[in-house]
Design a protein around this ligand. Structure first.
Ligand SMILES: NC(=O)c1ccc[n+]([C@@H]2O[C@H](COP(=O)([O-])OP(=O)(O)OC[C@H]3O[C@@H](n4cnc5c(N)ncnc54)[C@H](OP(=O)(O)O)[C@@H]3O)[C@@H](O)[C@H]2O)c1
Length: 314
């Protein structure tokens, strides 16, 4: 089978296609013929060697973590799934495994049936960004229409799911987006939009109960300027040192710094599948064919698009 791998850390140039044998499966696993896999910022952070503490430095590495496809074979202990089912899922070890190939073997517990009214590229977009959004909602605590929430970087993959899940709570959400993201953010439930290319949210007067940064550009220290006295700053892009220091510092301050480390599971995909039934939209900005994988990664990494970028296989 065709697979995309890399043998050293670097830009998209280090990606190359190789021929590999189809993976075998364990009794609890499913072999999926991949129809689409999505691109997440984690892919290039790992590829550039920015996460070696968790990803290790062994090569070759595959890339890509969440996907959609058709079941080719099921392990002997798998129940409820069969050959031919259309599914979406995620690899088990997000830091060390990759799905960038024609076939992937994953535990049946990380596979879910694809709703028939969404495409393979849309389904491939759910497991990482959607699960992160559902995890974030839980970390927000009790949300009600009076809760003021700022989502900084609101129209990428994560923000797209988060805004729409928050809409269900009727929370008072302000979204920070680029100019082209403003209308999407409003459609997805934001009451107010701040265009980061024109205004600096940190110098405005408003303060919030919850601030979440999805741009990777607002630190806890900066966010404190716009946090209410008992507010929470949610951080899904912590530096490794912040994981213990955030926990420790929370004992001494009422403005909590909460690190988000999500892990896809049925608990969260159920929330998303339910939200899809209630109208959640998955915006796939661009679908690249498999052979254009380098352009796909370069395009995604440049940013400036709404929703997700996906690579599709025949
Ligand atoms: N901890 C976890 O479990 C977890 C899970 C999933 C993702 N993440 C992380 O969460 C982050 C968001 O993920 P994603 O998939 O949504 O990434 P993404 O699609 O790249 O979205 C990032 C967003 O930030 C916006 N942005 C860029 N510069 C900005 C600025 N100066 N001010 C405000 N917004 C700005 C971008 O808008 P424009 O492109 O329009 O400029 C884009 O909408 C990533 O760093 C990812 O690695 C963490």
């Amino acid at each position: 089978m065709k697979a995309i791998v890399y043998q050293k850390f670097g830009n998209a140039d280090v990606l190359q296609t190789v021929e590999q044998s189809k993976p075998g499966i364990q009794p609890n696993q499913v072999l999926v013929r991949v129809k689409a896999f999505s691109i997440n910022p984690m892919d290039w952070k790992i590829r550039k060697g920015e996460m070696t503490l968790m990803s290790g430095s062994n090569f070759p590495k595959h890339t890509g973590t969440d996907f959609a496809g058709i079941i080719e074979e099921t392990g002997s202990s798998v129940i409820g799934l069969k050959r031919g089912d259309e599914v979406f899922g995620v690899v088990k070890n997000l830091m060390k495994e990759g799905v960038s190939a024609e076939y992937v073997a994953v535990p049946a517990s990380l596979i879910w049936k694809k709703p028939s009214d969404i495409s393979f590229p849309q389904a491939a977009s759910i497991a990482v960004a959607g699960t992160a959004a559902a995890t974030t909602i839980q970390k927000m605590g009790n949300i009600n229409p009076q809760t003021t929430i700022l989502v900084n970087g609101a129209t990428g993959g994560f923000g797209m799911f988060l805004l729409q899940l928050l809409k269900q709570y009727g929370a008072n959400v302000t979204a920070v987006t680029s100019t082209k993201g403003a209308d999407y953010a409003k459609d997805w439930g934001a009451k107010l939009v701040i265009d980061y290319t024109k205004e600096d949210v940190l110098t405005k007067k408003a303060t919030y109960d919850i601030v979440i940064d999805l741009s990777g550009k607002m630190s806890y220290k900066k966010a404190k300027q716009i946090l209410k006295p008992n507010a929470r700053f949610l951080n899904p892009t912590p530096k490794p040192i912040e994981i213990p220091t955030a926990l420790l510092s929370n004992f001494f301050t009422s403005q909590k710094h909460i690190v988000i480390l999500s892990s896809p599971s049925t608990k969260y995909t159920d929330i998303l599948l339910n939200a899809l039934k209630n109208g959640l939209q998955i915006e796939v900005n661009k679908v690249f064919p498999f052979d254009a994988y380098k352009q796909a990664y370069e395009y995604a990494e440049r940013g400036g698009y709404i929703g997700k970028v996906v690579i599709e296989l025949d």
